[in-house]
Design a protein around this ligand. Sequence first.
Ligand code: AMP
Length: 402
Amino acid sequence: MAGHKTLDDLFAAIDLKGVRVLIRADLNVPMLDGAVSDATRLERVAPTLTELAGRGAKVIVLSHFGRPKGKPDTKYSLRPVAEALATFIGGKIAFGEDCIGDAAARAVEALAPGDILVLENTRFHAGEENNDPDFAAALAENGNVYVNDAFSCAHRAHGSTEGITHFLPSYAGRAMEAELRALDAALGNPQRPVVAIVGGAKVSTKIALLGNLVKKVDALVIGGGMANTFLAAQGKKVGKSLCEPDLLDTARHILANARAANCDIVLPTDVVVAAEFKAGAAARTVSVDDVPDDMMILDVGPDTLKHLAGRFETAKTVVWNGPLGAFEVPPFDRGTVEAARIVAMRSKQGELVSVAGGGDTVAALNEAGAADDFTYVSAAGGAFLEWMEGVELPGVAALARK
Ligand code: AMP
């Protein structure tokens, strides 16, 4: 992993017994009725915490939680998340009432080698989101070494993701290392041909992403509601479908850039349509040349899926963001589920490398029962999308600098 020091580099450099290691985790987990409702992010950071604690480090965890607007707000306290983390790793975890100042210093002082401490929400201070150097320095006072294990927060230049790296030797944790390795295998130095699948509701949220992908991949499959805008840009009638008429020129521009870059754009050739968007609605399959005026496109059709299966047959790398149809409502989940299962199966057989991420994508792959067999599924939302856009992530760049 070029440019980033990992925990192996840290272990080679110093004996960690008694050393205070500050770890930026992403403990911003979804909660329901005061309990963690999805522990994926805890699961991802746990190996780094236990590995460092196992080496006798004093492990001090930093994270934001929610949007408390730069001042303390008990609604956004990390205390219940720290308790869930303790249950998750099956050990004791101490809690510090603040992430800087006397309260933090006292909590750190009380640690023995191998102990783990979670400090209170970094966003209880305005200096976190402003990336105030004084705040970053105050955070850094509690550690000898900094480890960033929160790729999902790396698209923000905040005190605990970027500022702090100016004060401490900085390393990538295990989850960060795995994420960067997977992303590099997908778009950095991928095995070709690379097929990208971009679906979801709207072109407007993914213009930069599409613009970057056409320069990097061999084929770009466009599905979901956003495909309708591309079909309309080619003069097809899309009936009542979700469509962004003001983006027809943008779509044409992307198509022209793809041609210039030798990237095949793959649009649906047949689609599943219905008069209304509800579960079990009467649906039928039509060619993209025959979408009725009073119907809407809600999924890709079987011919399109057959074509995609052929693409996956020869692809060596698949990068996926966004569902191919309105997957939350059956039968419009079929395109996404079937395509995901083929990619999962070929990944499991070692035939291709598959990397997926961003918002609804993970939910769609879970629904298809495909997520476990993908090579890598990112738990990051915004950071994954910005990476797909080709944007340099400040939290990652800061690690490369150190
Ligand atoms: P995004 O957050 O941009 O990835 O969009 C995900 C959303 O796109 C999901 O809620 C899907 O239901 C929706 N979606 C996908 N295909 C369609 C379609 N053909 N028409 C309307 N919505 C769609």
